[in-house]
Design a protein around this ligand. Structure first.
Ligand SMILES: [Zn+2]
Length: 310
């Protein structure tokens, strides 16, 4: 079942952000219906940006961003994992690569001390836990504290007709039962400065609802060091893992929201809110499902549309 993927494909990008090191690891790729990924956008338009195969599927990435701060090693998102039944693996054609990708990037799972899930859809938290041949499921990152939103867990447990297939409790229930997962609740965000809850110094979560009711974006902003600050107008380094608010660089147009989004109108408003900060402050945007362009800065073209800056 495993497709051969060159080792060079396992680490998708790497950059320094102030004193932090950012590495984009990957659980590989998977295939999803192009129509579902672009909602009401006609295929004649989206297929100009990303080609569909004979079954109308497009190739998407599964990016895990590793942030090394010097004190902490943080994993944001954990791909699809290895608990999918064979039938679903056949549909998605995913490769379960994250352990190999982490090894290629020099990240030992035992060293990861913080794991953050923007939301709990199966393709964002799959390697939170690992399925073993004897049927047991254990934490992939044994020494990590995991963070997710309480509302995501509660929504997943409802197993609603619309999206129950997206919520697989072995990805989070064992971690909640063992006390290894911290559930952030809405009150924490309501009471936090600027609505941003600090996970550790330089890493903060903020709600960007629409795709799900409590999806979080993750801000990465190394603390300032006064002595190393260049004078002048250099902006503070700031990256944001924006989860499924902007799944790929092909979704930058504010109205190109997904069929999967529970509240597409809210997504449009949240995208506008995101751009009002991300563009003027030159944030490095980290895209969860863009295999080719996992990180980019965004600007406006001559028509005022958001585009990747070259
Ligand atoms: Zn999702």
């Amino acid at each position: 079942m495993q497709q051969s993927i060159p080792e060079s494909a396992l680490v998708r990008a790497r950059t320094a952000l102030g004193d932090f090191d950012l590495t984009v690891c990957s659980d590989g790729t998977y295939l999803l219906d192009g129509g579902a990924m672009f909602g009401v956008v006609p295929k004649t338009l989206w297929s100009q940006r990303i080609p569909a195969d004979a079954e109308n599927r497009i190739l998407l990435g599964l990016n895990t961003v590793i942030v090394r701060t010097g004190r902490h090693t943080i994993a944001i998102e954990t791909g699809i994992g290895n608990k999918q039944p064979p039938k679903l693996r056949e549909i998605f054609q995913n490769q379960e690569l994250l352990p190999r990708s982490l090894a290629a990037a020099g990240v030992r799972p035992e060293k990861v001390d913080i794991v953050i899930n923007t939301h709990l859809h199966f393709d964002h938290c799959g390697w939170n836990t690992t399925l073993h041949p004897d049927g047991s499921v254990t934490p992939t990152f044994p020494n990590a504290r995991y963070f997710a939103h309480r509302g995501e867990v509660e929504h997943g447990h409802l197993q609603l007709e619309r999206d129950r297939v997206s919520y697989l409790s072995p990805n989070y229930d064992p971690l909640i039962d063992s006390g290894q997962m911290t559930l952030l609740d809405s009150a924490a965000f309501a009471n936090a400065p600027d609505g941003q809850v600090e996970i550790c110094p330089g890493i903060r979560a903020e709600l960007f609802p629409g795709h799900t009711a409590q999806m979080m974006g993750i801000h990465i902003e190394p603390p300032r060091r006064a002595e190393s600050r260049p004078s002048g107008s250099t902006p503070t380094p700031h990256a944001c893992y924006i989860g499924d608010l902007l799944p790929t660089t092909h979704h930058l147009d504010i109205t190109w929201v997904m069929g999967y989004d529970l509240d597409p109108l809210r997504c449009i408003e949240e995208r506008k809110r995101f751009y009002t900060r991300a563009i003027p402050e030159q944030w490095l945007v980290l895209f969860t499902h863009d295999h080719d362009t996992p990180m980019a800065r965004v600007g406006l073209n001559e028509k005022g549309k958001p585009v990747v800056l070259g």
